[in-house]
Design a protein around this ligand. Structure first.
Ligand code: 5AD
Ligand code: SF4
Length: 448
């Protein structure tokens, strides 16, 4: 699409915090800016507009953003025309309070207002009083595909399939800042993926807070299995990734649909959060450990080579030493390929933040360390079992530190680093022999 403004508007710099949904939103934010003539800046100092696309999931995510706003205050003193915008979850959570506290900010747009960005920075609102737009418009999920995305890659693409979440886990701020679940239609999603395939994209990642409840808001029987079946038919797409799964809403029918599709990857991110049934109940997760294992066994039976990863929260209110031991046992029994472990962070407005039996910080830290130690040795063991075997990866590009070493991911989402070959190009599907395993990455060599 041609920019509708012939004169260059200047340069933009977008910083993204938090999850893949934000990565994806940032691509649409950048797409909007490019449509009105902005060009990407390589460093923040060169930009005429800086956008912080923020995350509220834990306190430390918010603190990083406040630190950055401090830097922007200095930058704006040198460059008074600089526009500063806050988008994403902190925008939604704090609304106009952000500008009141930090006048360096020119506009605050919640996740439902990427559509308004062009008007805010180029229309009659530009340079006027600070703009705050945080009304939730779930019906806007249906015009998502109209928002041009400036995608980072020409091979791998994020595809949001829904917004929001209805689960209200008691620790989680997402339902408050991202609103109620709203799914895009199968037709809309397939249309976008078909266009991506025509442009040469090979791998898509379907994004939703809880992909297993996809489509339930239509109340017409559509579910994630239907979406997978339809997407699997689209020629050109080699791999379909998806995240995040929820043990409460995943059905055997969905697992069957994944297993039947040669394109759906053999990786599942399935957050269990805790190993104690009492904790799961207080977290409002809606399943027991027994049910979780029933599901996990079914998943592994249908897809024996699948890599399963998880999220764990430690130090949730009321967590006793015994309950912590239950999580350690869960890790040993489930043998996840990796586990993202988080210290519980109270979020204002959530039920858990009001619970009285909060766990002291030093205990949380010690428990986190024990969880990480246990999981790291399991991850390493599972990766070592890959040594001596050959895997198909799609080449993603050079590693950060060494242009002669490239990396790619297996279907199970394991990263393999290997010496580059003359003919190698981004997006090529190649076979790599794993020579050496580490906890987080594998090292290998091309076999063709
Ligand atoms: N404190 C710590 N971790 C949290 N998560 C979500 N909310 C919180 C919180 N308040 C974790 C969960 C979720 C992941 C994305 O972040 O484990 O799966
Ligand atoms: Fe948060 Fe639970 Fe929804 Fe995940 S399922 S976004 S943890 S409320």
């Amino acid at each position: 699409m041609e920019p509708y403004n012939e004169t260059p508007a200047g340069k933009y710099f977008t910083l993204t915090y938090g999850c893949q949904m934000n990565e994806s939103d940032s691509e649409r934010i950048n797409g909007q800016l490019e449509e009105i003539g902005y060009q990407p800046a390589s460093v923040m100092e060169d930009a005429d507009i800086v956008i912080l696309n923020t995350c509220s999931i834990r306190q430390n995510a918010e603190e990083k953003v406040y630190g950055k706003i401090g830097e922007l205050k200095k930058l704006k003193q040198e460059k008074p025309h600089l526009l500063v915008g806050i988008t994403g979850c902190m925008a939604q959570e704090n609304k106009g309070r952000l500008i009141a506290r930090m006048p360096v900010i020119d506009f605050v747009l919640g996740p439902y207002h990427i559509h308004d960005l062009k008007d805010v920075v180029s229309g009659e609102k530009k340079g006027r009083a600070p703009v705050v737009m945080t009304e939730m418009n779930p019906e806007r999920v249906s015009d998502f595909s109209e928002l041009k995305a400036a995608r980072k890659s020409h091979v791998f693409a994020w595809v949001p399939i829904m917004q929001g979440c209805n689960k209200f886990c008691t620790y989680c701020i997402v339902p408050y800042v991202r609103g109620r679940q709203a799914s895009r239609t199968v037709q809309d999603i397939c249309g976008e993926v078909r266009r991506l395939a025509e442009e040469g994209y090979k791998e898509i990642t379907l994004l939703g807070q809880n992909v297993n409840s996809y489509g339930l808001d239509f109340r017409n029987g559509t579910d994630f299995a239907d979406l997978i079946n339809s997407l699997s038919e689209i020629p050109g797409i080699e791999r379909i990734r998806y995240m995040t799964s929820h043990p409460r809403d995943m059905t055997f029918r969905m697992v069957d649909a994944m297993a039947a599709s040669p394109k759906v990857v053999r990786h599942m991110h399935l957050p269990v959060q805790h190993g104690s049934n009492e904790m799961l109940r207080k977290m409002n997760r809606g399943y027991t450990i027994e049910r979780f294992f029933e599901l996990l066994e079914y998943v592994r039976e249908k897809m024996p080579d699948i890599a399963v990863t998880t999220d764990i929260i430690t130090g949730f209110p009321g967590e006793t030493e015994n309950m912590h031991q239950e999580t350690l046992s869960l890790l040993k029994k489930a043998r996840f390929d990796s586990a993202y472990t988080f210290i519980y962070s109270p979020r204002t407005g959530t039920p858990a933040a009001r619970m009285t039996d909060q766990v002291p910080e030093d205990i949380k830290k010690r428990r986190l360390q024990e969880l990480m130690n246990t999981e790291n040795s399991i991850s390493l063991e599972l990766n070592r079992a890959m040594e001596g075997h050959t895997f198909r990866v799609i080449a993603e590009g050079p590693t950060k530190n060494d242009p002669e070493h490239w990396f790619g991911r297996t279907s199970g989402n394991k990263m393999i680093i290997f010496p580059k070959d003359k003919k190698l190009e981004v997006g090529m599907t190649v076979s790599v022999h794993v020579d050496k395993a580490q906890t987080w990455i594998l090292k290998g060599t091309l076999t063709e």
